[in-house]
Structures are given as structure tokens and as C-alpha cells.
Design a protein around this ligand. Structure first.
Ligand code: BG6
Ligand code: MG
Length: 219
């Protein structure tokens, strides 16, 4: 493995920290079914990491001229309503395995930790999970102009932490997020489907492995 000095870990939120990726899927599925638009889990993979409007455009890519911009905006707004409705009972049980134990450990070992998420709902979700004071910095969909695969969210997070990009690890479940991390010059760790993505530098099958990756990189 290449050697690097790692000072910070930037985590994606949906699908890395919490199982809200499934809630996103269900909200899009509800909308697509209502509109009679074909939508399945395979297409859903392409929605990971990208902004709400970018998702609408992916879902409608086979019918680009059927919906007006106002109708597309309305679809994005409706999906968000369904999504927020479904988060009503979200609590710590939705945290992905290993998260609760590993985050304090990483902080104890001296790493800065941040969230780098495309979601505009990140703040509300972190609050529901009781994680609103856990991360040193949170950069989300409200802070950026371009969503992943653009590196903006991760560069802003590194800047907010005061850490150079090459000293950051990004943990991502989406290919768009891995592309963004590599473009930012960060070390890209993939979970879930991103474990086997060609641009992923290390795939991990459990969250706890992050501490080991940091140690190995720091030699
Ligand atoms: C990302 C999700 O974290 O946030 C995407 O992976 C989602 O699927 C994006 O589209 C934007 O989320 P929100 O909550 O602002 O609609
Ligand atoms: Mg994700």
C-alpha cells in the first residue's frame, strides 16, 4: 500500500454512517411508481452521492423532453417530502454497524473527522442520530455548488478542518464519491458497492477496518 500521512477522515453520510440510502431509494421508488417511470435498484446505484436534481435527470434520462423544468423541480420537491416523511422515526438504530464504536476511537487516535455529504438533509439526520456534535466539521449539500463527482464537498471539508487534501482519507459507498475523492487528491476508501469500484484504493467490508487502514497508511 502507498505510504501517506493521514490527519483526517472525511465520511460520506448516506450509506456510510447511516442506512438512509435505503430511505432515499424508497422515496424515489414511490415517486417513480406514481409517475409510471421504470425505476429499480440498479438505477438507484447511480443516484448515490449525486444531488436531488441530478437524480431526477438520471431517472428521466430516457425521456428527456417529457417533463418541463418546473415539473422536474416539483418531482425533486415531492421526493424530498416522501424522504423526510420516512425519516420520522429515524434513530441510532439506523447507524451502520461499527460506526458508534469506531468514531470515538478515531478521534482518540488524534484524527480529525468530518462529514462530506451531497445531502441538504445532513444536519437534520445527524441531529436525529445524536451525532450533531461528533464530527469536527460538517460540509453538506447546502454548502456546495457542485455535487459529487465534483470534489468541492471534500475540498471544503479539508479546508474547514485545516488539513491538506493529500492528508485526508474519504470513506464512500458511491462511485461518484470515489471519483470526487480521487479528483480532490485524497485517498479513497470504498464501502458497499464502492468496495469493488476500479478507482477505489482500498475496499473495506466493515466500518471498523477504517482505523487499521489509517494505521497502515501512516506506517
Ligand atoms: C446523497 C445521496 O448523500 O445525497 C443521494 O447519496 C442524494 O442519493 C443526495 O440524492 C442529496 O440528498 P438530499 O437529502 O439533499 O435530497
Ligand atoms: Mg452515500
Amino acid at each position: 500500500m502507498e505510504k501517506r500521512v493521514i490527519d483526517a477522515i472525511i465520511f460520506d453520510l448516506d450509506g456510510v454512517i447511516v442506512s438512509t440510502d435505503e430511505y432515499h431509494y424508497k422515496a424515489w421508488k414511490r415517486l417513480a411508481d406514481e409517475e409510471g417511470i421504470p425505476f429499480d435498484r440498479e438505477m438507484n446505484h447511480r443516484l448515490r452521492g449525486v444531488s436531488r436534481m441530478a437524480c431526477v435527470n438520471i431517472i428521466l434520462e430516457k425521456m428527456p423532453d417529457i417533463y418541463t423544468l418546473a415539473e422536474k423541480e416539483n418531482m425533486a420537491e415531492r421526493k424530498n417530502r416522501y424522504y423526510i416523511e420516512s425519516l420520522g422515526n429515524l434513530n441510532e438504530q439506523a447507524l451502520l454497524p461499527g460506526v458508534q464504536e469506531t468514531l470515538p476511537l478515531l478521534k482518540k487516535e488524534g484524527y480529525q473527522i468530518a462529514i462530506g455529504s451531497s445531502s441538504k438533509n445532513a444536519g437534520m439526520i445527524l441531529e436525529k442520530l445524536g451525532l450533531d456534535h461528533t464530527f469536527h466539521k460538517v460540509v453538506d449539500g447546502n454548502d456546495i455548488t457542485f455535487s459529487k463527482p465534483n470534489p468541492e464537498v471534500f475540498l471544503k471539508a479539508a479546508d474547514a478542518l485545516g488539513v491538506r487534501p493529500e492528508r485526508c482519507i474519504v470513506v464512500e459507498d458511491s462511485t461518484a464519491g470515489i471519483d470526487a475523492a480521487r479528483c480532490a487528491g485524497m485517498f479513497a476508501v470504498g464501502t458497499a458497492e464502492a468496495q469493488i469500484y476500479e478507482k477505489t484504493q482500498i475496499g473495506i467490508s466493515s466500518f471498523e477496518q477504517i482505523a487499521g487502514v489509517c494505521r497502515r497508511l501512516n506506517g
